[in-house]
Write a protein that binds this ligand. Structure first.
Ligand code: ADP
Ligand code: AMP
Length: 209
């Protein structure tokens, strides 16, 4: 199954995508993770993307479309995948239609106040993409899955978070109507706890399979 996870920053896309991908044995394709790695490794794409990512702006569509084209052409995508963080604009969604057949769009709905709380306490593993929140980390400073030291993302500071939420509402939220119009949208209450959201999503995906 080819699945898109759609929702504002902090909605829980990465958290849920990682679990669903493990369960379905398909790859999680997080464009944010791909860009952060490219920035860390100072690749040509990373150098172009750095200022956009750090300010909370979207990286230009043509760069993202190239990244996704290359990634979807890899062998591990043949049995399905989850796109986490792509598409984020209508032109990206239109470009995707030309190279992939999407089966379902999982939208996670969360209010802005909760998003700010979640993002301000988020800790991430840059190596494997795992995501945590300070409220449940206790004394732990390393990734439970791979042992890497956890970090706070530079773009999770309050000012950049505000920009990212504005960008979501103006540039990405139009995709809700775009995919609803195609009959692909399934909306979930992302305000529930992580296990409850996961159970709802899996229930829907199993019914579709
Ligand atoms: P996204 O990928 O949509 O930006 P993340 O999956 O990184 O969001 O989650 C953002 C933060 O919120 C993380 O700290 C994560 O642990 C936490 N989180 C995710 N889902 C929930 C939930 N259902 N309830 C409370 N906190 C959550
Ligand atoms: P994320 O990890 O999904 O929160 O993404 C982090 C940042 O990467 C975003 O704020 C953007 O700067 C950039 N980014 C990720 N995915 C995309 C995309 N599909 N289009 C444009 N920019 C993106």
């Amino acid at each position: 199954m080819n699945i898109i996870f759609l929702g504002p920053p902090g909605a829980g896309k990465g958290t849920q995508a990682q679990r669903v991908c493990e369960e379905l044995n398909i790859p999680q394709i997080s464009t944010g993770d791909i860009l952060r790695r490219a920035i860390k490794e100072e690749t040509p794409v990373g150098l172009k993307a750095k200022a956009f990512v750090e300010s909370g702006a979207l990286v230009p569509d043509e760069i993202l479309v190239e990244i996704i084209k290359d990634r979807l052409a890899q062998d591990d995508c043949s049995k399905g995948y989850i796109l986490d963080g792509f598409p984020r604009t209508v032109p990206q969604a239109e470009a995707l239609e030309k190279i992939a057949k999407i089966d379902v769009v999982v939208e996670l709905a969360v209010d802005d106040e909760a998003l700010i709380r979640r993002l301000s306490g988020r800790r991430v593993c840059l190596k494997c993409g795992a995501t945590y929140h300070v409220s449940t980390l206790g004394d732990r400073t390393t990734c439970e899955k791979c042992g890497e030291t956890l970090i706070q993302r530079k773009d999770d500071n309050p000012e950049t978070v505000k920009n990212r939420l504005d960008v979501y509402h103006s540039q990405t939220a139009p995709l809700i109507a775009f995919y609803e119009g195609k009959g692909l949208l399934k909306t979930f209450d992302g305000m529930q706890d992580i296990d409850a959201v996961y159970a709802s999503i899996m229930g829907t995906l199993r019914a579709l399979a």
